[in-house]
Design a protein around this ligand. Sequence first.
Ligand SMILES: Cc1ncc(COP(=O)(O)O)c(C=O)c1O
Length: 317
Amino acid sequence: MAFAGTGKIWMNGKLVEWKDATIHVASHVIHYGSGVFEGARVYDTPKGSAILRLDAHMKRLLASAKIYRMDSPYPQEQLEQAVLDTVQANGYKACYIRPLMYRGYHALGVNPLPCPVDVAIMVWEWGTYLGADALEKGVDVCVSSWNRMAPNTFPSLSKTSGNYANAALIRMEAESNGYAEGIALDTFGFVSEGSGENIFLVRDGAIYTPPLSASILPGITRDMVIQVAQDLGYRVSQENIPREMLYIADEVFFVGTAVEITPVRSVDKIKVGDGRRGPVTEKIQRTFLGTISGEVPDRHGWLTYVPETVAAGSKKR
Ligand SMILES: Cc1ncc(COP(=O)(O)O)c(C=O)c1O
């Protein structure tokens, strides 16, 4: 869906009009992918709009930056406030949030250190990522011919703009071949993740997900799903998963801010289980979606409510 092209974007401490949120073509990030970013969501709940895991997203943003020797001009609390201000200023009850910290305009040597660290936060309305029916009916996916990055090449624990060149290859290939998404293996041949989501498998009542060492992004939804599954009494094992486990699992599902919890109904045209959302996926989905919609008590304090009153703008640098 194209952007509406309206609203306000937070740039280096000021809320500016959408059309004015521009950067120079000589900015370092455009040439070398030297940005780190986040994707979070605001949900419309009976108690008001709430941001899911605001603290965890800002913590990961700062961790992503630290790996690239990027000193954030703002501490975590100020970034959290800036997100709240941006959401309030745009007035959406529910939306997607994209904070971006990037190397800006100064020089174009590969070394980013001389360039300034700039920050922008934008929000827009973004519905289901893998199609309207995906949450219930599931999606058909393939194993990608592209691997995730090898360890000690592009750090997967950093949500870096440059890493998404790999994600785009996976996604383009999958869609060109008629699949909703691709699952990448790591360079050892173990299951890693989708182009923009983590993955879980269920077999004989136990739940499996690849470990951080399988070149995955440490997903915040992954973290919540592990917690929800454990709350429901399941054992969740983070261990290397051979490719063929995808074909013999009883259930497979993707998790992520964009896809929430989306069942996978086939992999490489091999039906997963009965070829529809399985009972474990449904149970976890129900608790997770209930929590974020405010219908189930937020027992882990995952929701940050957006105050009703519109703030005057956040502090400048
Ligand atoms: C490559 C990749 N893996 C996993 C995820 C899921 O992470 P999260 O649950 O924090 O959105 C995302 C989305 O940000 C992603 O881009």
